[in-house]
Each structure stands twice: as structure tokens, then as C-alpha cells.
Write a new protein. Structure first.
Length: 600
């Protein structure tokens, strides 16, 4: 039968066009205010075409009538959706159309649902030579459909009347261009709406009433017109990459630097998405604002042209972002300055690196001063220890003298307390002397060719110094220490041991136990450190070691210290392994060649 291909082709085209451009509208939904109404519009035309396709597939007239009755719902919804599209593309009309949109949706939903459920909204259907079914509308549909088409046509006429004239008055050039664009958009959009809805009104309503057989082109006509209009919107806004401006915009969107175009008065004309990320504000706030309000520089300074000037950008939530800014002047064909292109480079990482370097510099300075400080502390401690020893001997002599004389009841208690206090003072000064000696030994740079260092002695000193970090909160125990060889990389081993011990002690829970053991084979020095249990997930601590092994960038001092230790192990030709055991236990094992470089 000749009508079968046409009955499927027309609604199928409407469905395909609607589906394709609904996907395009969704892709731009976050960037364009018109994308939401466009998505709804294509959804309605797609639903309209689908219902007509289902009706065309029916051979039973009653089933075809069922599908055609529901076509009125998406057809009527196109009215308020079109008005919403006008309001989105022409912001000046939005306040006047807001109430119209609400009443339009209420009318379309009510009328469409009633028409779909009312049995006699369509009295009968007739096959036509063009294909499909031609409906015979009942009285309700005859009155309902014209109102659905009047709403968008009336709004289009309102858009033409309300659009700015575009005539220059006291407005600036940019305001004049904006008004002219809005005027052209209003007229073009209104023409497209009028033509597409008129064609749909004729084929879907007038021709069936006059019993004129014709293809039902309403859905495909509106979908095609909306698609052309949407392509025009994207082309004019440079959002299509097929245009030269669109390609430039796409490239700017990929830059890690922020690029801003300003006028001579500092007004922001355009900016890439990176600038929105830096400020934390959407384009609706940034567009038309003065850049001088964000960087504390006057418009004259911004348009003076300069290279790499450090500024502070005031971002959202009262946060400051350190930036490097460059300014390049823009000129018209006659050579006059029209504005400037400002390029911002984020200096947050550089500032973090500076803080790390400053902290490392302070630690290095303290390390250099440690030997001098230890020497200065060691001298008075030595005098105090000498005096305490002398006082202890004299106290013993005095005690013997008192015993030969008349003894008082409190004499024995006084001498007992004195001896006990001197004992405690001597123990405290011995401990201070030991800590000073340990610090001085770690601060001593030394050098190769001086007989080497004993690994066990270095481990003992490292344990004593690491124990100062958290005191009695964490128990630090040396299980085994065996190595009779002397090594030439004592300074490196000092740093490795202390850094690993500090990391595990810092990661351990209160009351945890950190155990250390050292051994040696014929060729390698082996050290094992374990913490049980660690605070948090053991895998997190393992990940920190893996990041340090991969030389991951970090700004935290503890992570820098860990990365240096892991790097020293690799530099000496050793290997380090970290594993998370059961019940929160983490084990760190590393081995170093006893005589690195001998095989080379």
C-alpha cells in the first residue's frame, strides 16, 4: 500500500531529530540558560512524534484514536515551553512572562490530560492517501487546540514589541551591541516560532477540520525549526567548535591559566572557565563587574601593560589566592587602545613550596647550630655534675663528723633526704648530658675516611632521640641489634633511622608499641621497624610510603622528611618494603649494602 512508508517516515523523523538535539541541549545545559527550555521542547516534539508513530502502526481505528487523543498533551505543552524559552533568551522579558508561563503550564497539563481521557475528544479517524490517520475532532478538541497555539504566538508578538530598539543613545558601545543582539534575537526567534507553529496548526488542526488529506507535519516541523534555532544560538555564542571563535574558546577553556578580557574602565567583557574556578563565582556575577574590585588595582594600572606582577585575588568565601598577572593591550584597527587581555597564573603551589623551603631552611639552620648549642649546654651541665659529685663526697664527710658528735633526732632524716636529692639531680644531669651528646653526634657532619660508624650505636642514639617525640605515650623497644661491621654512610643512616622512627611513632596510637631490630648479613645491613597498632587505617600509612617512593609532591614537613629518607635508601642502593599486617600493625623493612659502590 502506498501510504505505509509515509505514515512511518514523518513521525520517525520527528523522533530522531528531537532525540539528537535534546542530547545537544543537555550537553550545554550547565552553560546556557536556554538549554533547559530547549531540552523540554525537544522532549515534547519527540513524545508527539512517538505517539503519532504508534498511531500509524495501528490497523484498528479505535487504537489509533487512543494514541491521537494523547498527542494534545505534548502539543499544548509546547506553548508555555516556548514562552519560557523566550524569557530565557531575552532576560528583559522574564519578569513580564513569569506569570504567563505558570498559567500556561497549568492550562496545558489540565487540557491535555482531559483530552487524553475524554472518549469523544476525537469522534473518528480516517485513513488518508498520504498515510496515517486523519482525525475528526470533537467539540472539546476543536476549542482546546487553538488556545494552545495562541499562547506562544502571542508571546512572540510581545517579544517583538518589547525588544530594545537598538538605537544608540548615551549607552557605551558594548551596551549598544548587547541591545542590538537582543533585538535581532527577539525578531528572529519570533519569526521561527510563528512559522513553525503556523505550519503545525494548519496540518494538525485546520486541514483535518476541512477534511483536506495531508501529512501530519506538526511535530517534525516544530522540531526542525527548533533545531535550526538552537544551532544558531550556539553558533552566535561561539559554543560550536566548528567556528573559528568556537575553536579559540575551546582552547582557552583547556588552559590552566585564567584569561580575562576587560575594557578601559576595567569592566570584564569575557573570561575563560578557569577564571571562574579561581574566583569561585559564576559568570553571572563576574560578567560586567569591574576587575579592579577583585585584585585591588585601578583600571588605569590594569590597562597599562605589564609582565608577571604578583597580586592577590579575592575569591569566594573571603579566601585569597596568590597569582601572577600579565596585561597585554588590545587595539582597534586604527591603533587605539580598547582594553586589555589579563592572564592570571595560580601561584598557590609555588607559595606552598616556598613555605616548605623556608621550613626546611629553618630546620637546616637548627641542624647547623645544634653542635654549637650542644657545646654551650654541655659546659654548664659538666660544671653542675662536677659540683654535685663534690657535694656528695662532702656530705658523706659531714655525715661521719655528725655521727661522732651529739646526734639529733632529725639528723638522720635530713642527711637521707639530702643524699636522695643529690642522687636525683645527678641522674637528671646525666640524662641531659646524654641527650646533648646524642644531638651533638647527630649534628656532627663528619666525613668519609674517618674510620666509619657503628650502625648499632647510631640505632641506639636514634631510638633515644625518637623517644623524645611522644614520651610515655608510645613504648619504643629495641628487640635486637647485631652488626659488627663499620659503615661509611653514617650520616645517611642517621637521617633514615630517625625519619622512619619519627614517622611510625607519630602514626602510632597512644599506648602503642614500636619495636626495632637490626641485623647484618655478609653483604647487607637489615633493619625492621614495626608499630602496633597505628592510628587510622594501616593502608593509609602504607600509601604514604608508596607516595614517598614515587617522589610524589608534598608540602607537609613530615611527608618531606619521609620522602628524603626513602630517597636516601634508594640512593645508597638499598630497598625498602612496607606492609600492613593484621590488627593495625605496620611493618617497615629496609636493607642497605654494607659496602656500597664496591662492585662498580
Amino acid at each position: 500500500m502506498p501510504w505505509v512508508p509515509m505514515s512511518f517516515l514523518v513521525p520517525l523523523i520527528a523522533v530522531l531529530v528531537s532525540a539528537a538535539f535534546a542530547a545537544v541541549a543537555i550537553a550545554w545545559r550547565s552553560d546556557r540558560c536556554a538549554a533547559g527550555p530547549m531540552t523540554a521542547l525537544f522532549s515534547c516534539t519527540g513524545g508527539w512524534g512517538f505517539l503519532e508513530l504508534m498511531a500509524a502502526m495501528e490497523s484498528d481505528p479505535s487504537r489509533a484514536m487512543f494514541w491521537l487523543r494523547w498527542v494534545s498533551l505534548p502539543a499544548l505543552l509546547l506553548g508555555p515551553i516556548t514562552v519560557a524559552l523566550l524569557a530565557a533568551m531575552l532576560p528583559s522579558l522574564k519578569p513580564r512572562l513569569r506569570q504567563t508561563i505558570r498559567w500556561g503550564y497549568a492550562f496545558a497539563m489540565t487540557g491535555g490530560i482531559v483530552a487524553g481521557m475524554l472518549p469523544h475528544s476525537i469522534e473518528s479517524v480516517v485513513r488518508t492517501a498520504w498515510g496515517g490517520w486523519m482525525p475528526d475532532y470533537g467539540e472539546f478538541m476543536t476549542l482546546l487546540i487553538p488556545f494552545g497555539f495562541v499562547l506562544p504566538l502571542g508571546s512572540a508578538w510581545l517579544a517583538i514589541r518589547s525588544a530594545p530598539s537598538g538605537k544608540p543613545s548615551v549607552d557605551s558601545d558594548s551596551e549598544h551591541r548587547t541591545r542590538r543582539r537582543e533585538t535581532l534575537s527577539a525578531r528572529g526567534l519570533s519569526v521561527v516560532v510563528a512559522i513553525s507553529l503556523t505550519a503545525a496548526f494548519l496540518t494538525e488542526f485546520v486541514f483535518p477540520i476541512l477534511a483536506i488529506p495531508a501529512p501530519r507535519l506538526g511535530a517534525v516541523c516544530i522540531a526542525s525549526a527548533a533545531a535550526l534555532m538552537w544551532l544558531g544560538v550556539l553558533y552566535a555564542s561561539d559554543d560550536l567548535s566548528v567556528t573559528s571563535n568556537g575553536l579559540a574558546r575551546a582552547m582557552l577553556a583547556k588552559l590552566q591559566d585564567a584569561v580575562v578580557l576587560i575594557q578601559l574602565d576595567g569592566t570584564i567583557v569575557s573570561a575563560n572557565p578557569r577564571f571562574e574556578e579561581m574566583t569561585g563565582h559564576p559568570w553571572e556575577i563576574l560578567g560586567g563587574a569591574c576587575l579592579a574590585d577583585w585584585v585591588d588595582l585601578s583600571a588605569e594600572t590594569l590597562c597599562a601593560g605589564f609582565e608577571d606582577r604578583e597580586v592577590t585575588l579575592r575569591a569566594a568565601q573571603n579566601t585569597d589566592c596568590p597569582l601572577s598577572m600579565s596585561s597585554t593591550l588590545t587595539r582597534d584597527p586604527g591603533g587605539g587602545v580598547t582594553g586589555a587581555v589579563i592572564v592570571f597564573r595560580d601561584l598557590s603551589e609555588i607559595e606552598s613550596l616556598r613555605r616548605s623551603l623556608l621550613s626546611s631552611g629553618r630546620l637546616a639552620a637548627i641542624g647547623e647550630l645544634a653542635a654549637g648549642i650542644a657545646h654551650e649546654v654541655n659546659n654548664p651541665v659538666a660544671f653542675v655534675r662536677s659540683d654535685l659529685n663534690l657535694l656528695a663526697r662532702r656530705l658523706h664527710e659531714i655525715s661521719g663528723y655528725v655521727d661522732g658528735a651529739a646526734k639529733l633526732d632529725s639528723t638522720e632524716a635530713i642527711f637521707s633526704r639530702g643524699v636522695q636529692r643529690i642522687k636525683h639531680a645527678r641522674e637528671a644531669t646525666d640524662y641531659v648530658a646524654q641527650v646533648v651528646g646524642d644531638v651533638r653526634g647527630f649534628a656532627h657532619l663528619g666525613g668519609r675516611g674517618q674510620g666509619g660508624s657503628e650502625p648499632v650505636s647510631l640505632l641506639e642514639v636514634a631510638i633515644r632521640l625518637a623517644a623524645l617525640q611522644r614520651g610515655n605515650e608510645v613504648e619504643l623497644v629495641m628487640r635486637r641489634a647485631e652488626c659488627n661491621e663499620r659503615i661509611q654512610y653514617g650520616q645517611e643512616l642517621k637521617q633514615i633511622l630517625l625519619s622512619l622512627l619519627r614517622t611510625l611513632i607519630d602514626s602510632a596510637e597512644s599506648g602503642a608499641r614500636v619495636e626495632v631490630s637490626m641485623g647484618a648479613s655478609a653483604e647487607a645491613l637489615q633493619v625492621e621497624i614495626s608499630a602496633d597498632p597505628v592510628a587510622g587505617a594501616p593502608d593509609a600509612l602504607v600509601s604514604r610510603f608508596e607516595a614517598a617512593s614515587a617522589a610524589a609532591e608534598s608540602t607537609e614537613e613530615s611527608e618531606v622528611e619521609l620522602a628524603i629518607a626513602v630517597g636516601l635508601v634508594a640512593e645508597l642502593g638499598g630497598a625498602i618494603r612496607v606492609a600492613a599486617a593484621d590488627a593495625g600493625r605496620v611493618e617497615v623493612q629496609f636493607e642497605l649494602p654494607l659496602f656500597p659502590g664496591e662492585d662498580e
